[in-house]
Design a protein around this ligand. Structure first.
Ligand code: ACO
Length: 431
């Protein structure tokens, strides 16, 4: 990884320090500053980690300029077209695409772990009826550590694997139960004769009183949404999982931390915020008003579903999502959907506007996903839980990779302190 022929030189007050350059298999070289403080007595300053690699990884690669997303080297558009979610899960977890026998065994394992401990039902019932499903998910996933003690020893690779399988298998059940609870319907148990996406749709939309048939085209669209959200290298929630894990926390606690981070509107909450924004815009003639607000420095409003920290050309996931939106609405016979019309026209007008072009702001994966999910029958409050269930495999793969690295350390950023220096305590009567 280190290219010994190349170094970066840093000069401070006339003294030079040679810093090793690390060469990745793809992407820009990385300056290794691990010994900088010991050698030069200085820290680097990088709020938001815009120029800092926090780890090395072999899972996902993004080229923001090219709009390229690779999982273990495979482009996301090929995976979305040819693969299915559980195969992508295997790829992320185990480095390579599975053989037919490996895939069959993996699917059987995941399928057999879909039920949750029956006592966990009481945990759901402890939440207020109107709790946001994300609040329920953060709590219930964190509580899994109290129900599955036999897979919390992170020093045991087999226990780590069991915890991984449990979370991939049970997350759809937990998300569906959070939804059912929030609308006052009975929980629907998983059905192991259904594939992963169909089972999730069944647990969300079936009721005991009626037969529910899963539409295979909707199931395929659901599966594609899962694939498109499966992993995205060191984003905020994944970095949260790695930071939580660096202290030796158990896997369920780490994933609960990731879910909490994902909830924010700048990250996974953007799909909910985006659909709400499109509805607020309401009609094509109001688009210029909202574009003007997004450009106004004195207005905190941003176009939700637009912009990305890494993609500065286009988000390859957004292309597939836009195509899926057309397919799903067509299938459901929803013609001239006003929200889709506003979305398409907003995308067009924003892309034609120099402000968005100069700042390299393009629709991201969340711009069209909410339209599909709503057409399928999901309320906006379920959008981020669906993202969380899809991203679980990414968080787990990154967690597994981190723990397999014998050199991993507790994460502990430094700071640029700008507060008071030491002061003498003054008794309250003298202040
Ligand atoms: N609308 C209007 N202006 C924007 C937008 C937007 N959506 N996004 C960025 N900008 C502007 C900023 O005002 C800033 O302008 P300035 O340089 O004049 O100050 C410039 O573009 C750069 O923005 P930053 O916030 O510095 O970029 P950063 O990389 O930190 O943020 C982020 C990326 C958080 C995604 C941002 O683009 C945003 O808030 N987008 C809307 C929320 C969203 O869609 N999030 C989902 C991200 S994808 C995901 O999590 C799955």
């Amino acid at each position: 990884m280190t290219d010994s022929s190349k170094t970066a030189t840093l000069t401070i007050d006339g003294t030079s320090y040679d810093l090793p350059l690390l060469s990745p298999t793809a992407g820009p070289n990385v300056i290794d500053i691990r010994k900088l403080y010991a050698q030069a007595g200085v820290f680097t300053y990088d709020p938001g980690y815009t120029s800092t690699a926090s780890c090395d990884s072999t899972i996902t690669y993004i080229d923001g300029a090219k709009g390229e997303l690779l999982h273990r080297g495979y482009p996301i558009d090929q995976l979305a077209e040819k693969s299915h979610y559980l195969e992508v899960c295997y790829l992320l977890l185990y480095d390579n695409l599975p053989t037919a026998a490996e895939l069959e065994a993996f699917e059987a394992t995941i399928t057999r772990h879909t039920m949750i401990h029956e006592q966990m039902h009481n945990f759901f019932r402890g939440f207020r009826r109107d709790a946001h499903p994300m609040a329920t998910m953060v709590g219930v996933v964190g509580a899994m550590s109290a129900f599955y003690h036999d897979s919390t020893d992170i020093s045991d690779p087999r226990q780590r694997e069991i915890a991984s399988h449990r979370m991939i298998a049970k997350m759809p059940t937990i998300a569906a139960m959070a939804y059912k609870y929030s609308i006052g319907q009975p929980f629907v148990y998983p059905r192991n004769d259904l594939d992963y996406a169909s089972n999730f749709l069944h647990m969300c939309f079936a009721v005991p009183a009626e037969q529910y048939e899963v539409d295979p085209i909707l199931s395929r669209a659901m599966d594609r949404i899962f694939i498109l959200h499966a992993d995205h290298e060191q984003n905020a929630s994944t970095s949260t999982v790695r930071l939580a894990s660096s202290s030796g926390a158990n896997p369920f606690a780490c994933i609960a931390a990731g879910i909490a981070c994902l909830w924010g509107p700048a990250h996974g909450g953007a799909n909910q915020a985006c659909l709400e924004m499109l509805k607020e815009i309401g009609s094509v003639d109001r688009i210029p008003e909202f574009i003007a607000r997004a450009k106004d420095k004195d207005d905190p409003f941003r176009l939700m579903g637009f912009g990305h920290r890494v993609y500065k050309n286009f988000d390859p996931r957004a292309k597939v999502m836009k195509q899926s939106a057309d397919e799903v609405l067509d299938l459901l016979g929803i013609e001239n959907n006003p929200v889709l019309q506003v979305a398409k026209e907003l995308e067009k007008q924003a892309l034609d506007d120099p402000y968005f072009a100069e700042k390299k702001l393009f629709p991201n994966v969340d711009f069209y996903s909410g339209i599909i999910l709503e057409a399928m029958g999901f309320p906006t409050s379920m959008f981020t839980p669906i993202f969380a269930l899809s991203r679980t495999v990414g968080w787990i793969s990154q967690w597994k990779e981190q723990l397999s690295d014998p050199a991993h350390k507790i994460g502990r950023p430094r700071q640029l302190y700008l507060g008071e220096t030491a002061r003498k305590y003054v008794d309250v009567e003298d202040r």
